[in-house]
Design a protein around this ligand. Structure first.
Ligand code: M6R
Length: 623
């Protein structure tokens, strides 16, 4: 989604801005722009619809020499993607330029007032432009840019991360935020940076300050910065955070796409998580977790969005199966649609790769207000979610996920939830210790079997391409593979733009089967376990009505392969008769891989933008 960057220091700002915007490309955007305060004393704004390269081409036509600048990648919310709607936006006299992430909820009202009372002429369709005009009017009163910002944040409602520069206060970048992140980066040579995603800064610094809601920061070219409380206007002491993260690598490591690279990284991530959480004595440890988190808890509520929600659904199933605790799960956006029923005895588990998803953050804030406890499962220790959870974080350690479609973060989230569920099962003695030890040992085999599965990628490719012209697919799974059917369908539609719906296989005959004919393949997850035969029957019911039947089966399968038109074979997981109740417990880590790969290969075959599918944003920072 939208991204903000900024530079103020002794060097030319342009290169810093472009390099930082380059990193933010992964978030998904439809236009980009920069504003630089030039040595001649004016603000030069350059913006372009489409890819960042369009903007770079335009910058080559001029020589932007300024040492203070802000930049933006825009993912359209209010106003179509266009050159005009791209940020930065300026006021009528080009006195001030701003970049904005978020949504100004009262922009209609503010716009009307600005037109009526100040005869402002708007040039774009965005909500963001009101901010530039409001600041412009404050500056005309003779106020500094900082004081202007402190005044206007009392008028604007909604979510925002903002960066602004002005002609009348030329040696300054002003930042502020509310329900949207922005950080200051402290450079080595008195340079200061800012960004809405610290990933953009890691190439220059790992020392950051995360602004809190309604704080206003003032950055100066000599490396000085001051932070003010938006309500009292009083100066406050900054809290510097040192990030333990490598600069974002935009190297595809020989793969054609980041997506394929990330799919192939999954076994290594699980190994890393095993090394971090499971010691040689088969004890599971969560070093970043406050031990009192689980005291006095009588309820667990999981929330997230999209893929993170599906990982959460898996969490519910595995927590209920192993720890025998009833768990509720809700889309974060739905939790926000009514009163959130939590209390101090509720543990809310919020799952978010980015840790910046607006719906998830708002749901979490609402739950915290009611005293609920929070456990965050995130890939970003530097995120807002992680900060909200303080000492109750599980970091999925998947490394930066560049591709917009989530893959490695999904398996890493699931894996952390499995580890957590086993740990709780141990605490609550809900299943015998020998069984738990067996489960822990089994976890160790997963990366190897995942590698063997990924090695079959080319076969999966050959098998899915004949279906490339079909317009709708149905994905079926039960129990542990129900969330995988949902996630498989999501990945398929995100990447190929083909309609795909995931169902709990048992639900087929309660309605969805009406959509089935020869042009609607079903893709069933048919791995050994308690639900194998029931799922197979659902698959046959669809086949009987003409549906081409595709299925994920394992090498040992004898029955399903006879019923299926196309099989995607995966290696069999180790099996012990003694633990047959858990036979399908780990199969999601295997079944998800062919689903990710077929979505990838089909999308690639169809010529889709695999790493940045249309209309999608990596981190959805607006409600
Ligand atoms: O960063 P988050 O995990 O909170 O993001 C949640 C969803 O927006 C995300 O998983 C989305 O569904 C992806 N497009 C999935 O590929």
């Amino acid at each position: 989604m939208c991204g903000i960057v900024g530079y103020i220091g002794q060097d030319n700002a342009l290169d810093y801005l472009i390099n930082s915007l380059r990193v933010l490309e992964y978030r998904g955007y439809d236009s980009s722009g920069i504003a630089i305060y030039s040595p001649e004393g004016h603000i030069e704004i350059i913006k372009a619809k489409g890819k960042l390269n369009n903007l770079i081409e335009l910058t080559k036509q001029n020589s932007q020499k300024g040492k203070i600048g802000i930049g933006h990648t825009r993912w359209a919310t209010q106003g179509i993607p266009s050159d005009i709607n791209a940020h930065p936006h300026a006021d009528s006299d080009s006195e001030v330029a701003i970049v904005h992430n978020g949504i100004i909820h009262n922009f209609h009202e503010l716009k009307e007032e600005l037109i009526k009372n100040s005869q402002i002429i708007f040039t774009s369709d965005t909500d963001s432009e009101v901010i530039a005009h409001l600041l412009g009017l404050e500056l005309k009163k003779g106020l500094s840019l900082k004081d202007s910002m402190l005044n206007i944040i009392k008028k604007i409602k909604g979510s925002y991360a903002l960066a602004a520069i002005s002609k009348s206060d030329p040696d300054t970048i002003i930042l502020t935020c509310h329900d949207a992140p922005i950080v200051i980066g402290i450079g080595k040579e008195k340079d200061l940076f800012c960004a809405s995603d610290s990933a953009a800064l890691l190439q220059y610094t790992n020392k950051i300050i995360r602004l809190k809601d309604k704080q206003v920061a003032q950055l100066k070219p000599n490396g000085e910065f001051l932070i003010f409380d938006g309500k009292t206007s009083k100066q406050i002491a900054p809290q510097i955070q040192v990030l333990n993260a490598d600069p974002v690598s935009l190297d595809k490591a020989g793969y054609k796409h980041f997506l394929l690279k990330e799919i192939n990284e999954q076994p290594a991530i699980l190994r890393k998580l095993l090394a971090h959480h499971l010691n040689d004595n088969l004890e599971i440890e969560f070093p970043e977790l406050d031990k009192t988190l689980l005291d006095n808890i009588n309820r667990i509520l999981i929330c997230g969005c999209g893929t993170a929600f599906y990982a959460g659904l898996m969490g519910k199933i595995v927590l209920e199966t192993l720890a025998k605790i009833p768990v509720e799960i809700e889309f974060a956006s739905e939790l926000l649609s009514r009163e959130i029923l939590v209390d101090p005895k509720t543990l809310v588990i919020a799952i978010s790769q980015s840790g910046e998803t607006a719906d998830t953050l708002l749901a979490v804030k609402a739950a915290l207000k009611k005293g609920a406890k929070l456990l965050a499962i995130t890939n970003r220790p530097d995120s807002t979610l992680s900060a909200l959870a303080e000492r109750a974080n599980i970091f999925i350690q998947a490394g930066i996920e560049v591709s917009v479609a989530a893959t490695k973060s999904f398996t890493a989230q699931m894996f952390c939830l499995y580890l957590f569920a086993i740990k709780l099962a141990e605490n609550y003695k809900s299943i015998p210790s020998e069984q738990l030890n067996w489960l822990k040992n089994e976890l160790r085999y997963l990366p190897q079997i995942m590698e063997q599965t990924l090695a079959r990628g080319e076969t999966y490719r050959e098998k899915i391409l004949p279906y490339a012209q079909l317009k709708a697919f149905v994905f079926l799974g039960r129990s542990f593979n129900y969330p995988i059917a949902l996630e498989g369908a999501l990945k398929f539609k995100e990447l190929t733009y083909i309609q795909a719906t995931g169902y709990a296989a048992g639900e087929m005959k309660h309605g969805p089967i009406a959509t089935i004919d020869e042009t609607t393949p079903t893709l069933s997850i048919l791995l050994p376990g308690l639900t194998y035969h029931k799922t197979l029957h659902n698959c046959i019911e669809a086949k009987t009505r003409g549906a081409p039947s595709l299925g994920i089966i394992d090498d040992s399968d004898k029955e399903a392969r006879q019923e299926l038109h196309t099989i995607f074979e995966v290696p069999a997981l180790p099996f012990s008769e003694e633990y047959k109740d858990f036979q399908d417990l780990f199969s999601p880590f295997i079944s998800v891989l062919p689903l990710q790969l077929i979505a990838y290969y089909l999308a690639e075959h169809l010529g889709k933008d695999v790493d940045q599918p249309r209309n999608l944003a990596k981190s959805v920072t607006v409600e």
